[in-house]
Design a protein around this ligand. Structure first.
Ligand code: CA
Length: 229
C-alpha cells in the first residue's frame, strides 16, 4: 500500500486531502509544519509527497529542493496562487506536478494515482536509479562507488569513499576522530585516529577547491569534523 505524506499548514485542507486519499486506499500522514515535514520526508520512506508552498518554518520551495537532492520520491506541489505555480516551474526544483487551490479532491486523487503508477513503472522497469548524494557540485554515487566534483570524476580508495559518504550522509553532525575511526575502520585493523586525519586530508585534496578553506568538511578544533550541508 502506498504511503503518502501531506505537508500542509491549513489543517482543514490537509484533513480533506487525507480523507479522499484514504478512501482510495492510500496510507496518509500529515505534517502541519515545514521543518518537521522536511525532516520526515528526508528520514522516512514515503511513496509520494504532497507539498504546500506557503508553510511555517521551512517553505515548500526549500523542502522540494532539499528532498530532490537525495530522493526521487514523486512530489506534487500545491499552491493557492497561479503565479506561484509559474514560479515553481521556472525554478526547476524537480517537483513532478503542480496543482492550484482550490482543486477538486477527485482531481488530486487522479494525479496522485498517475504519479505513483509512473514511479512504480520506473522502479519496476529494472532501470533502478543509483543512490546518489549531491551537494553543491559534489556528487557521490553510492551504487557505483564513484565521486564527481563539478562533473569531473575523482579516484577514491575504499576507506576514503566510506569516510566521505558517511560524513555526507550525516551532515551538520560533529564526529570525533575516535567515532569516525570506529565507524569506518573495523576495530581489529591496524592504525589509530591519526589515520582519520590523513584520510580527511586526502579527501579534501580531491573535493575542495581550497583545502585551507574547506567548503564541505569542516574541522571543529579540539572536537573533530563536520560535513557542512
Ligand atoms: Ca499554507
Amino acid at each position: 500500500m502506498s504511503k503518502i505524506l501531506i505537508i500542509e499548514d491549513e489543517e482543514s485542507i490537509a484533513e480533506l486531502e487525507k480523507d479522499y486519499l484514504e478512501l482510495s486506499g492510500f496510507t496518509v500522514e500529515i505534517e502541519n509544519n515545514g521543518e518537521e515535514g522536511l525532516t520526515r520526508a528526508l528520514e522516512e520512506k514515503f511513496d509520494l509527497l504532497i507539498l504546500d508552498l506557503m508553510l511555517p518554518g521551512v517553505d515548500g520551495f526549500e523542502i522540494c529542493k532539499r528532498v530532490r537532492k537525495v530522493k526521487n520520491t514523486p512530489i506534487l506541489m500545491v499552491s493557492a496562487k497561479k503565479e506561484d505555480i509559474d514560479k515553481i516551474r521556472g525554478l526547476g526544483l524537480g517537483a513532478d506536478d503542480y496543482i492550484t487551490k482550490p482543486f477538486s479532491p477527485s482531481e488530486l486523487v487522479a494525479r496522485v494515482k498517475a504519479h505513483l503508477a509512473r514511479y512504480e513503472r520506473l522502479i519496476g522497469s529494472g532501470v533502478q536509479e543509483n543512490e546518489i548524494i549531491e551537494i553543491r557540485g559534489l556528487k557521490i554515487d553510492k551504487t557505483a562507488r564513484r565521486v564527481y566534483v563539478n562533473g569531473e570524476e575523482k579516484t577514491f580508495t575504499t576507506k576514503e569513499f566510506d569516510l566521505l559518504t558517511f560524513l555526507a550522509q550525516n551532515p551538520n553532525h560533529v564526529y570525533t576522530k575516535d567515532e569516525l575511526f570506529s565507524k569506518i575502520w573495523d576495530m581489529e585493523s591496524m592504525g589509530d585516529i591519526a589515520t582519520v586525519t590523513v584520510h580527511i586530508k586526502k579527501i579534501r585534496e580531491k573535493i575542495e577547491f581550497n583545502t585551507s578553506k574547506p567548503q564541505y568538511i569542516e574541522t571543529i578544533w579540539g572536537v573533530g569534523y563536520r560535513f557542512k550541508m
